[in-house]
Structures are given as structure tokens and as C-alpha cells.
Design a protein around this ligand. Structure first.
Ligand code: SAM
Ligand code: SF4
Length: 456
């Protein structure tokens, strides 16, 4: 790296999916590489970066409000930069480019999903003059994994294996802001994973809009199973992935659960709707029956596997009967977690042109009904672990009660346990917890005595 372009304080706000959070870690890594210091508030920051999401309208609205509030914020006391640079990146930056700076003239820098690496240069130019510095590319210049990173959790790493999406679900804006699928060469992925293992990382989560498609653009056929197998053999303690599209989930990948020791017994498999009519209108490429077949196969390959999903309520034309089919499937599968979304019309997507006659209050009532089912189910699934001992990767002290440690089980449940007398900081290490009680969203227990706390 050459001479630093600037050295000051920065603050990043991130919206949306794990890919965006991962991009934000890269942005933090680059700014720290310039000698900048991360700070916790906008007031203390000379550089404010928003990593944005445009999947649903609510994220757009929230961003506009927050960026607008920057306008009258006084400069940091003792700042020598003479101005605060406001930079907007991620999916909204990619989608709106120039338009953003017209809407909110006090934005200084706009960058897109393909050019994180341009940000330090754009910020440096912005400190030099009062112009807008806007740079949005039409396609990827490289993988952001080539950039430095400041990981939020030093013991866990996100590893993007494929970016973009070729699926074109009719409601979704992602393909137009993240582009076509582009896989990273297998050797690069394995190299990065080996580096993480060597530096003491305990958990790797492979990222992609549809990880099952991995390799199709490079090798003519998907090679996701190869990625799992090869990363498992690096000696990583825990391996996870997100997200898996049901139409592309193969029997080989299903068989990896229970066969590859590091692959944790949890899968996020978005269903979106239980109605075949709606699934077809969504262009999802599978039926309810196919989806339930996958669930059966997963439960056979890895009994007790934790299942999570995404559901959209109120897709254009969804009838009461369509919605009831969704509820029935959700009841039948037994999920530990369901992310429920009210359909959000996204300009430019095929669904935006579909006739939508369901009144918002009906959609809200369906949504509330579904949330009640989801909560009952999550509670019931967690009860199954009471009386068992689970291995927990500790994330630190509980925010609500510092006497408790908090961490994640193999099934990705949040686990709280009493901090053992005399133990040193357990963050990033494994402990065994005897589960005494289960709530809707977490397990409670005691650290099992007798063992060494943590392992290399
Ligand atoms: N690629 C992943 C997949 O297909 O499962 C998910 C990516 S998307 C960022 C995450 C979730 O947002 C989707 O699974 C879907 O449930 C939801 N989503 C996407 N577009 C939406 C829209 N227009 N309205 C409401 N929810 C939406
Ligand atoms: Fe969007 Fe569908 Fe691609 Fe997921 S698979 S990112 S929902 S288009």
C-alpha cells in the first residue's frame, strides 16, 4: 500500500444481508489501512459511510432519513479535515448513482457494489474539494475479498464464493444491483479458508445469493459440494453457508450434512410461499412438493437438523387459500427460525407490474398470524434441546446480563450460560453448556464443569 491518503475517524452504518455486512468489513479494513480510527457515533466521525440495501422499501426510507440527519450535524471537535464526508455505497448506491446526490446534495461520495476499492480515492478527492464524487461500475472489477478486512468477530469469517444472481425471482431487485453470477476460482476460496484456519478462525460462513450455483460459470457445472469437502479438510471447526436456493440443492450437498464433521447441522432454505400458484408467479422454479421432499431428505441425512427459511406475505394476487397453504407448510416443517417479510414492490421487477388487489390491512393480518405460528414453532423446536449438552462458540458477555456468556450452538441457536467462577475471557472459544431452559429465541444453561475452557 502507498502513502495514506488521509488519516482521521470513520463510522459505518450497514443495512441488509450478510453480503453487505461482509462488504462493510472490507470498507473498515481499507479505511483502517489508511490509518483511520473507527468510532461509534456520527458526531465523532469525519467520514460517515452508509452500506445500503434496496431489497425492501423500508431500507430505502430509513437510509434517506439517516442521511438527511447528517446535513446539520456539527463537525467533530478538534477535526482538522474541515468537513465531514458522507459516502453512500452498496445496493442503493449501485441502483441510484448520480440520482442520490441530486436527491440529497450533502452526500459527497457515491459508490456501487462493484467498486469498494475506489472508496479511499473518492474520499480523498472529496476532502480536497466540494464536488460530488460518484463512481458506479456496470460489472465487477474483482472480488472484494482481495481487499483488507476488519472482521466484526475475529473468530468467525464470511467467505464469499459467488456474487450476483441469475435467478430473477419476479419480486427481487438483487440481480439488477449485484449483477450476474460470478464464482471465485476454487483454489482462491481454499487458500482464503486455509489462511483463516491458520490465524485461529473457528467458523467460516460461505456466502452467495445462491451458493448451490457455485462454479457453474467457471466449470460448466456446479461444484458447491467440492467447496464444502475441501474446506472441511482444512481443519476448520465450524462451517456454514447462506443462501441455498431450493431448486438447486443437490442430494450430494444434502448428504454432506452428517458426513462432513465441520458442517454444522443447520440450513437456511427460503421457501417464500407454500402455494404452487404463487411460487410459479414468483419464478422460484420449484413446487411445494419438491421443497418438502428436500426437507425430508435433510431430516434423514442429519436427524435434528435446524431449519430456517424466508417467507414473503402479500405477494401480488396471494389469496387467503394461498396464504393458508404457506401456514400449513410452516407448521409441517418445524422451523427454528422464519424470516417473515411483507411484500415490497420494487420498481423494475416483473412483480411490480402485477395486479395487486389485497388491501394492506389484510396483508398485515396475515403477517401477524404467520408470526404467531413462527414463534410457537421456534419455542417448540428449542424445547427439544432441554436436557442436552451443546457445544457453544462464545461471542462474549451477554449484553443484558454481564454475568452470562452468550454464544451460538451448532444449530445456530443463541445460548446464554452463567459465567464460570475464575474463568478468563472465553470470547472466541468453545464451551459445553448443559441446557436447562428453552425460550422462543434462546437457550439457557450452565457451563459443564470439569473440562478445559476453550480449545485451540
Ligand atoms: N438469495 C436469497 C434467496 O433467494 O433465498 C435471498 C436474498 S434476499 C436479499 C433475502 C430475502 O428477502 C428473500 O429470501 C426474500 O424473502 C426477501 N425479499 C426479496 N425481495 C423482496 C421483496 N420485494 N419484498 C419482500 N421481501 C423480499
Ligand atoms: Fe433474489 Fe431470487 Fe436471486 Fe435470491 S435467488 S437474490 S430472491 S433473485
Amino acid at each position: 500500500m502507498g502513502e495514506p491518503l488521509f488519516q482521521t475517524t470513520f463510522c459505518i452504518t450497514t443495512y441488509g444481508c450478510q453480503m453487505n455486512k461482509h462488504d462493510a468489513e472490507r470498507v473498515a479494513g481499507m479505511l483502517e489501512g489508511q490509518g483511520c480510527l473507527p468510532v461509534g457515533t456520527y458526531e465523532e466521525a469525519d467520514i460517515v459511510v452508509f452500506m445500503t440495501c434496496c431489497v425492501r422499501e423500508a431500507a430505502d426510507v430509513r437510509l434517506m432519513g439517516q442521511v438527511a440527519s447528517m446535513k446539520n450535524l456539527p463537525l467533530r471537535k478538534g477535526s482538522s479535515t474541515g468537513k465531514r464526508v458522507v459516502a453512500v455505497g452498496g445496493c442503493i448506491g449501485q441502483r441510484d448513482g448520480e440520482k442520490l446526490a441530486q436527491q440529497l446534495p450533502h452526500i459527497d461520495v457515491v459508490f456501487g457494489t462493484y467498486n469498494l476499492q475506489s472508496l479511499p480515492r473518492l474520499i480523498a478527492s472529496s476532502f480536497e474539494d466540494s464536488k460530488h464524487h460518484i463512481e458506479v461500475l456496470d460489472g465487477p472489477a474483482g472480488f472484494s475479498t482481495d481487499l483488507p478486512s476488519d472482521r466484526e468477530k475475529p473468530w468467525a469469517a464470511w467467505l464469499p464464493i459467488i456474487v450476483g444472481c441469475d435467478n430473477f425471482c419476479s419480486y427481487c431487485i438483487v440481480p439488477s444491483v449485484r449483477g450476474r453470477e460470478k464464482s471465485r476460482p476454487l483454489e482462491d476460496v481454499i487458500e482464503e479458508a486455509k489462511g483463516y484456519v491458520a490465524s485461529g478462525v473457528k467458523e467460516i460462513t460461505l456466502l452467495g445469493q445462491n451458493v448451490n450455483s457455485y462454479g457453474r460459470d467457471l466449470y460448466g457445472q456446479p461444484r458447491f459440494y467440492d467447496v464444502l469437502e475441501k474446506i472441511d479438510s482444512t481443519g476448520i471447526a465450524r462451517l456454514r453457508f447462506a443462501t441455498s436456493h431450493p431448486k438447486d440443492l443437490t442430494q450430494e450437498v444434502i448428504g454432506a450434512f452428517g458426513a462432513l464433521p465441520s458442517l454444522m447441522p443447520a440450513i437456511h432454505l427460503p421457501i417464500q410461499s407454500g402455494s404452487n400458484r404463487i411460487l410459479s408467479a414468483m419464478n422460484r422454479g420449484y413446487t411445494q412438493e419438491h421443497y418438502l421432499g428436500l426437507i425430508e431428505a435433510l431430516k434423514t441425512a442429519a436427524p435434528g437438523i435446524a431449519l430456517s427459511t424466508d417467507v414473503i406475505v402479500g405477494f401480488p394476487g396471494e389469496s387467503e387459500s394461498d396464504f393458508e397453504q404457506t401456514c400449513k407448510v410452516i407448521e409441517e416443517v418445524g422451523y427454528t427460525q422464519v424470516f417473515t417479510f411483507i411484500y415490497s414492490r420494487r420498481e423494475g421487477t416483473p412483480a411490480a407490474k402485477m395486479h395487486d388487489e389485497t388491501p394492506p390491512e389484510v396483508v398485515q393480518e396475515r403477517f401477524d398470524r404467520l408470526v404467531a405460528i413462527v414463534q410457537r414453532q421456534a419455542w417448540a423446536q428449542n424445547q427439544k434441546d432441554v436436557g442436552t449438552v451443546v457445544e457453544v462458540l462464545v461471542e462474549g458477555a451477554s449484553k443484558r446480563n454481564p454475568q452470562l456468556i452468550t454464544g451460538k450452538s451448532p444449530k445456530n441457536q443463541t445460548v446464554h450460560a452463567k459465567f464460570p467462577d475464575g474463568a478468563c475471557d472465553l470470547t472466541g472459544s468453545f464451551v459445553k453448556v448443559a441446557v436447562k431452559e428453552a425460550k422462543t429465541w434462546y437457550l439457557l444453561g450452565d457451563i459443564v464443569d470439569g473440562g478445559a475452557y476453550g480449545r485451540p
